[in-house]
Design a protein around this ligand. Structure first.
Ligand SMILES: *[C@@H]1O[C@H](CO)[C@@H](O)[C@H](O)[C@H]1NC(C)=O
Length: 433
């Protein structure tokens, strides 16, 4: 009897522990996917295979009106009732997935004029206008909350001249504390105030408030963790795109390593971003790690090392994908298809040679050497299901709150590559345990 009660007690304790460690799987939906063509066009029924795995769905991205500082749709033909009514169509998905929280994200790099996001912070009137408009916007369209993916200025990309190793240290010495934003201290305080104000407005209706730290925004400049973390439900660290062909047109490197690499910027990795928030008092359970579902691609030339080992010399973006049609970008479905190509010769249809991530620390890469005319070379830094698993394992080991898959429309949502739908999302989710 005693043993039975003990066992029962242990079971009870176990289930309590289980409940309290439930991880978030945040699924970003970038509505840009609606406008892609053919196999890449993301439609409402494409959510069906994903949403059972998601705890949150984040609709990206709304913007800000430049003159009034009110929140606004950046794609009214798609989002609003006069057009496709996509906001309501999506928030209605809650009738089929009642536990799902659906949030609207503002900014995220989709709003073209970044300076607006600083101007808004500078005036109390503008901050109030934004908060009031956001509150009614969420209510009108049925969202459960707001995600602030604030468009702070980007850090400067790493410059290269000469040998790689000492260069970064050299730059730091020469430029010292050259600031990209003269009023960064004020903006940091004003942003904390905006967060506090938003939370206060949302509280009576229990609307959620989350933050997304978008790629290449310096965490330590703009986020006063101690002030803002009590006000938000969670923070999504979109710790990727440290290397992109746009920022780094001459050199390719791992776009989203988990850990620091030798002779790289010490803060350009997932662990550094996570440490920053933990070290400044964020509870681990509020930290969500972003996992990209796409490859950043660069053009390999005869000047690139034939081993493909990064960092390596490249010449701008890789060629556009068949479906996504954007230079320097391949969806996971596209990169996976290229790796599995049966064509082994050189040329535009030849397979990419997969290196994967044997270190389990830095992410996967795959490449194709240029042909004899120096064409069709590609170097792709990406995340496959194995890397997604590594990131989820990192989240688990550090007791963090969960993962954010960025985004559903670039995962293999149709199962084109191996037949399995959403391979990145599935791997990330199942590794959370
Ligand atoms: C971020 O800002 C800190 C100072 O607040 C600075 O030491 C660091 O180098 C910056 N990081 C980048 C990538 O610019």
């Amino acid at each position: 009897m005693g043993a039975y009660n003990l066992a029962l007690g242990a079971l009870l304790l176990l289930s309590v522990a289980w409940a309290s460690t439930a991880k978030s799987v945040v699924c970003f939906y970038n509505s840009k996917g609606f406008h892609r063509e053919g196999q890449a066009k993301f439609q409402i029924n494409d959510f069906d295979a994903a949403l059972p795995s998601c705890t949150h769905l984040i609709y990206g991205y709304a913007g800000i009106e430049a003159d009034t500082f009110k929140i606004t749709s950046l794609d009214s033909n798609l989002d609003l009732p006069a057009g496709n009514d996509n906001y309501r169509t999506i928030t209605k998905l809650k009738s089929r997935f009642p536990a799902l929280k659906i949030l609207l994200s503002v900014g995220g790099g989709a709003d073209s004029d970044r300076s607006k996001y600083l101007t808004l912070l500078e005036s109390a009137e503008a901050r109030t206008s934004f908060v009031n408009s956001a509150f009614s916007f969420l209510r009108v369209y049925g969202f459960d909350g707001l995600d602030l993916a604030w468009e702070f200025p980007e850090t400067k990309p790493k410059k290269i001249h000469g040998t790689l190793g000492s260069v970064w240290k050299g730059i730091k010495k020469v430029f010292g504390s050259t600031k990209i934003d003269e009023n960064e201290e004020a903006h940091r305080e004003q942003f904390a105030d905006l967060v506090r104000l938003t939370k206060a407005a949302f509280k009576p209706d229990k609307l959620m408030l989350t933050l997304s730290v978008i790629p290449n925004v310096n965490n330590s400049v703009y986020f006063d963790v101690r002030k803002i973390i009590p006000e938000v439900d969670q923070v999504h660290l979109l710790a990727y795109d440290y290397y992109t062909p746009e920022r780094n047109p001459k050199e390719a490197d791992y776009p989203a390593p988990i850990y620091e690499l030798i002779d790289r910027k010490p803060d350009a990795n997932v662990n550094a971003a996570v440490r920053y928030w933990l070290d400044h008092g964020a509870p681990a359970t509020k930290i969500i790690v972003g996992i990209p579902t796409f490859a950043r691609t660069f053009k390999m030339t005869s000047d690139s090392v034939v081993s493909g080992v990064p960092p390596l010399t490249i010449d701008g973006p890789g060629e556009a994908g068949a479906y996504t049609k954007e230079e320097g970008l391949l969806s996971y479905a596209e990169v996976c298809t290229k790796i599995n190509s049966p064509v082994s010769t050189k040329g535009p249809a030849a397979k990419l040679r997969k290196i994967g991530d044997p270190t389990k620390r830095y992410g996967a890469y795959a490449f194709r050497l240029p042909d004899d005319n120096d064409e069709h070379g590609v170097w792709a830094g990406y995340e496959d299901p194995d890397v997604a698993k590594e990131k989820s394992t990192y989240v688990k080991h550090n007791g963090l709150g969960g993962v954010a898959v960025c985004d559903l429309t670039l995962d293999d949502f149709k199962g084109l590559c191996t037949g399995a739908k959403y391979p990145i999302l599935s791997a990330a989710r199942s590794a959370l345990g």
